[in-house]
Design a protein around this ligand. Structure first.
Ligand code: FE2
Length: 417
């Protein structure tokens, strides 16, 4: 069945475009398409973008912030890990899936169609990982979920952590995880980076490490990760999440690293709301922002995307899966608000995320790609950002996931109506 979407505004297109969809794929995108379509929908000149990608989320932790003993008094990353360690035991598969489903609902209703989630495998029964593997299958029609086999309490700081990560990969996880800055010594952190790369090569998996999520400028595991990924030729399949310490290192070191990141093709994920909240906690004033060098990485030609990370968990009390909210915070915190930067800001929650997830073969607005897209309640990229525009329509492989009527205001004053 042919479906024709008329009058769409696309980023960088000079004139409105029509989108022709057949069998779940785009078959043509052009200013005016004549087609014998079963259905024609006029988009009224609204902005059309590829679906939002949330490349870093902990679905097994969502809505656990208020649990008994889970409250994080210091608001630091390390107390968050401690609270989770003390309270995570006993969660059943059904409970994890119930919470994760609710979070997916929030994310998808906000326009997300791709999620990379970390599943904590520092649990000998691997309950969370197995629950999320089941959910990946259950929800595949509305969202694509990639799962990271993630040792929250360390590959070596937790008994048999490295073996549990490997077992997670055998069970079907898509990516190798790690947390080198949390290991008990620098050498163990380095060992965990070596292990992650070794496992990725052995099982042909992607890599996504929680890497240098600290203000400590001596935490430099991303250097080793980049070098190993480059030597193995898997840089583009490798991601460094957080890299907060890059915001604290000296410029000479950062300058040298930028060249290596680009050479390796490494991907970076920054979690603006999470890290502005968690980092800088040992600072008085001046107080650091705690984010990686997003603006400078992009200027160096390195791929960076933004992520939610947490929804109501021991690390972060808020979060709702609305990537436009994350983006708005991110461009403010990272000072990326020239008009040119604003016009392309949506890349940070769409195409850059897709590159990180390695899904570019099917993702994007082009003939031959999956007909998956969002219609935003705005006439241009600038207005979408300025107004934090909502999603009026989410289409996935040619099927409508939802449509939404724009909010209407009634007032006796013409100016306000
Ligand atoms: Fe995380």
């Amino acid at each position: 069945m042919k479906k024709l979407y008329r009058n769409a505004t696309l980023i960088d297109a000079k004139a409105p475009q029509d989108l022709l969809v057949e069998e779940g794929k785009f078959t043509a995108i052009a200013p005016h398409i004549e087609a014998d379509a079963a259905e024609t929908i006029d988009l009224g000149g609204r902005l059309v973008v590829p679906p939002y990608v949330d490349p870093h989320l902990h679905l097994d932790y969502v809505y656990t912030a208020r649990g008994e003993g889970a409250t994080n008094g210091t608001g630091t990353l390390f107390e968050g890990i401690q609270r989770w360690s003390e309270t995570k035991a006993g969660a059943s598969s059904e409970e994890i899936k119930r919470r994760a489903r609710q979070a997916v609902r929030e994310e998808v209703r906000a326009g997300v169609q791709y999620i990379r989630t970390h599943a904590d495998v520092t649990d000998p029964s691997l309950t969370a990982l197995k629950a999320l593997l089941e959910l990946r299958e259950e929800l595949k029609d509305i969202v694509t979920i990639q799962i990271v086999s993630f040792p929250q309490e360390g590959m070596y700081a937790y008994p048999h952590g490295a073996e549990l990560v490997e077992e997670g990969l055998r069970l079907g996880a898509d990516c190798v995880g790690g947390i080198p800055h949390y290991e008990l010594a620098r050498e163990f952190g380095e060992k965990s980076v070596h292990k992650a790369v070794e496992l990725a090569v052995k099982y042909d998996k992607l890599i996504d490490l929680h890497c240098d999520e600290t203000d400590d400028d001596q935490s430099r595991f991303v250097e080793l990760l980049t070098a190993l990924a480059y030597m193995e030729g898997i840089g583009e399949r490798t991601t460094a999440s957080h890299t907060c310490s890059l915001g604290s290192v000296n410029n000479a070191y950062a300058f040298r690293m930028m060249a290596n990141f680009r050479r390796a093709g490494l991907n970076f994920i920054s979690c603006p709301t999470e890290n502005i909240y968690l980092e800088g906690r040992q600072d008085s004033y001046p107080k650091r922002r705690g984010l990686t060098r997003v603006k400078e990485l992009l200027a160096a030609g390195v791929n960076v995307c933004f992520a939610q990370d947490s929804i109501e968990d021991p690390w972060y009390p808020l979060g709702n899966g609305n990537m436009m909210n994350i983006l708005d915070h991110g461009i403010h915190i990272c000072q990326m608000m020239s008009f040119a930067e604003i016009d392309h800001a949506l890349d940070l929650i769409t195409t850059n995320g897709a590159r990180t997830l390695h899904i570019e073969d099917t993702y994007g607005l082009a003939p031959g790609k999956d007909a998956s897209f969002l219609v935003l309640d705005a006439p241009s990229p600038f207005e979408a950002i300025r107004q934090r525009a909502g999603v009026l329509r989410s289409v996935r492989r040619g099927e409508e996931l939802f449509t939404r009527v724009p909010a209407q205001t009634r007032s006796k004053y013409d100016l306000l109506a």
